[in-house]
Design a protein around this ligand. Structure first.
Ligand code: GLN
Length: 258
């Protein structure tokens, strides 16, 4: 009997040892999952999952580097600090590379282009980006807090006394304020803009954009080893077609050309 127990124990150790050897270390990504098609919640078989371009690219990068991806959903404005303090290993949230952010974190190579677009109600007297800078108009502009849309409109319009910026926790709330007439327009990234106008009638995206930008992954300044690894993974996964296929799945080519 003792022999049997000993044998069972030995087998248990072996199995758990194998399981341990098999377990991949975790890598944590911080994002704000309210930014379709880059990251958003979707119920798949009744399970709440974060999906989208960033979520899938991050999963491919993690797999390529031998990690298990864990996604931490947080306010967009909290991501850079979470990277700096090590709460997360990287931030990936349709995040634009800017001079200011580069003072706090490093950015990977760019994996996508973003455009700051302007959403207005159909028939609005705001017909182009230039209309926002007309003295005396004092438009109320809705933005997502801490995004480049917020920063540009604050500097160019609010600080110049040309209008007011209303800041919302996420893009969906800013668009809701537009629907109810609390703001005159919303400045937000083009792809989420398309997703938001698709589910809200009576809104349109202006043809002139506010700005064109590059999206990249934010990594702590001191973690240059991870920066190199992620850049290597991005290059390999672009080369073998994985990343272009993920982007094409969420942004069909004919739509991207619009
Ligand atoms: N691209 C914008 C920025 O980096 C918005 C990103 C977002 O809202 N997730 O500020």
């Amino acid at each position: 009997m003792k022999k049997v127990i000993a044998l069972v124990l030995v087998m248990m150790f072996c199995v758990s040892g194998l399981a341990l050897a098999d377990a991949k270390p975790e890598i944590r990504m911080g994002t704000n999952a309210n930014f379709p098609p880059y990251e958003y919640h979707e119920y798949i078989d009744d399970v709440d999952k974060i999906v989208g371009i960033d979520a899938e690219i991050a999963d491919a990068v993690a797999e390529y580097l031998g990690y298990t991806l864990v996604i931490d959903d947080m306010d967009f404005g909290a991501i850079i600090t979470a990277v700096q303090t090590g709460k997360i290993d990287f931030g990936m949230a349709g995040m634009t590379v800017t001079e200011e952010r580069l003072e706090s974190v490093n950015f990977s190579s760019t994996y996508a282009t973003g455009i700051q677009a302007i959403i207005v109600p159909e028939g609005s007297e705001i017909a182009s980006a230039d209309d926002l800078f007309v003295e005396g108009k004092n438009y109320i502009i809705g933005v997502q807090e801490s995004t480049t849309g917020d920063l540009y409109c604050t500097w160019d319009i609010e600080d110049e006394g040309l209008g007011t910026v209303e800041r919302f926790k996420n893009g969906a709330d800013a668009v809701q304020a537009l629907v109810t007439g609390k703001v005159d327009c919303v400045v937000i990234d083009n792809e989420p803009a398309k997703a938001f106008i698709a589910v809200n009638e009576g809104l349109t995206i202006l043809e002139t954009a506010y700005a064109v930008e590059d999206y990249a992954i934010a990594i702590a300044k001191e973690n240059t080893e991870l920066l190199d690894k992620i850049n290597g993974a991005l290059a390999a996964l672009t080369e073998d077609g994985t990343i272009p296929a993920i982007i094409a799945k969420y942004i069909p080519a004919e739509e991207a050309a619009e």
